[in-house]
Design a protein around this ligand. Structure first.
Ligand SMILES: *Cc1c(COP(=O)(O)O)cnc(C)c1O
Length: 428
């Protein structure tokens, strides 16, 4: 029988670097052959060999309504016959911008782009122009897309200037980027003092999703808000994952902290390629053509993407969407904890809203350093044990599992049952 995925992967590797169009899809950190997906419906995806999986990848975050949700599919059908791009403004762009501004507390004006990477890149450019400063503070383990200046991970020293994570990124591209430990307000404070009047922005995932799910410590974001304000430094929330995911108004609504600029993506495109950055009118009016900060895009505000985004947000605005997501997630997390305990496998499960990560460690995970205490080899075995049984978790320990409104209590029960077996399998 099979394996069509294997066949396709062999072909893909001849023509596409690593066989994939985004690195983590290649299963390098868990080993094995990535599943080539043929279709998705609701909470499930089906691969090229006809195997079906309960999906917790959710396309890495966008699919909060599940796969091929009726409202989004309907909106796309209506739009596609009307044309897919005009290079001229449309009413729906205004509608989506109004919906975003109404939902996200800190956004008065917003610019639509094509990806989360474009959103963070543009927000950084804007912050530098607005403040007339160069330096950027980011946090170890936070990912903001593949923007040159943000491709810096853990600097070893406290306030060392960044070195690039990727060849091709010139040292000078990130020589103004300072990466500090997540949840470490004292270090942020020190770095701001050492670089007085030089730091344009602090950029952060207000709830981190790219080292696995890591929550901000109580009061951390509030203190970050206060410190950045005192230093005349802009606070940028990268809510590409959390925007419209944790709550309709994003993490800033949930945690009640208002940044100066917010980056969005993923959920706001309803599964199509979109990003956005927005904030106070006084800052956003610096963006061209109202201001001098140049930023553009041939397909920005794309009619298909925007119609999908509007349909998704309309569904999310309905009463009870977020409490349903949280309830489903809580019951799954409780079941996973119990299953791990029964198998005597030490785990830490971080979760919030419809996001969670099962870390194979005994340590509390509060930053990248502690995330890295996880047993990645055990995660890989767990991942494959689940995949074989029909549950699709992210192919890396340092990623977030996402639930959608299409997940059912039955899915949760089935997942827990399979996880129980998977934990037993990785117990030794
Ligand atoms: C996914 C992600 C990005 C990048 O978005 P792309 O659309 O992949 O370019 C930026 N920031 C965060 C927090 C993300 O999770």
């Amino acid at each position: 029988m099979k394996d069509r995925s294997q066949e396709l992967f062999a072909r893909a590797q001849k023509r596409i670097p690593g066989g994939v169009n985004s690195p983590v899809r290649a299963f390098r950190s868990v080993g094995g052959v990535p599943r080539f997906i043929q279709s998705g419906k609701g909470s499930r995806v089906t691969d090229a060999d006809g195997n079906t999986y309960i999906d917790y990848l959710g396309s890495w975050g966008p699919l909060i309504l599940g796969h091929a949700p009726a409202p989004v599919v309907g909106a796309l059908r209506r739009q596609i016959g009307l044309g897919t791009s005009y290079g001229a403004p449309t009413e729906n762009e205004v509608v989506l911008a109004e919906m975003i501004a109404a939902a996200v507390p800190s956004i008065q004006m917003v610019r639509l782009v094509n990806s989360g990477t474009e959103a963070t890149m543009s927000a950084i450019r804007l912050a530098r122009a607005f403040t007339g400063r160069n330096k950027i503070i980011k946090f170890d383990g936070c990912y903001h897309g593949h923007v040159d200046s943000l491709l810096v991970k853990a600097g070893s020293g406290v306030a060392t200037l960044g070195l690039p994570d990727s060849p091709g990124v010139q040292p000078q591209d990130c020589s103004s980027t300072i990466s500090v430990p997540y949840n470490d307000i004292d270090t942020v404070s020190k770095v701001l003092d050492l670089n007085r009047s030089e730091v344009a922005a602090v950029i952060i995932e207000p709830v981190a999703g790219n080292m696995g799910t890591v929550l901000p410590a109580r009061g951390f974001l509030q203190r970050l808000r206060k410190l950045t304000r005192e230093h005349g430094t802009l606070l940028i929330f990268d809510e590409v994952i959390t925007g419209f995911r944790l709550l309709y108004g994003g993490a800033q609504s949930l945690l009640k902290v208002k940044p100066d600029l917010t980056c969005l993506g993923k959920v706001i495109g309803g599964g199509l390629p979109v990003g956005a950055y927005g904030g106070l009118r006084s800052i956003m009016k610096w963006v061209a053509p109202e201001g001098q900060v140049y930023q553009a895009g041939t397909l920005s505000g794309n009619p298909l993407a925007v119609s999908a985004g509007i349909a998704a947000l309309e569904r999310l605005r309905a009463e009870g969407a977020y409490s349903k997501l949280a309830d489903l997630t809580d019951s799954l997390v409780a079941g996973l904890k119990q299953a791990a305990e029964e198998a005597d496998v030490p785990v830490r499960i971080n979760s919030i809203g419809s996001m969670f990560t099962v870390f194979f460690t005994e340590a509390e995970v509060s930053d990248f350093q502690t995330a890295k205490t996880a047993d990645t080899e055990r995660y890989s075995r767990f991942f494959h044990a689940l995949l074989r049984r029909g549950v699709y978790f992210p192919p890396s320990q340092f990623e977030t599992c996402f639930l959608s409104l299409a997940h059912t209590k039955k899915d949760i029960k089935a997942t827990i049952a399979m996880a129980r077996e998977a934990f037993k399998e990785v117990a030794d």
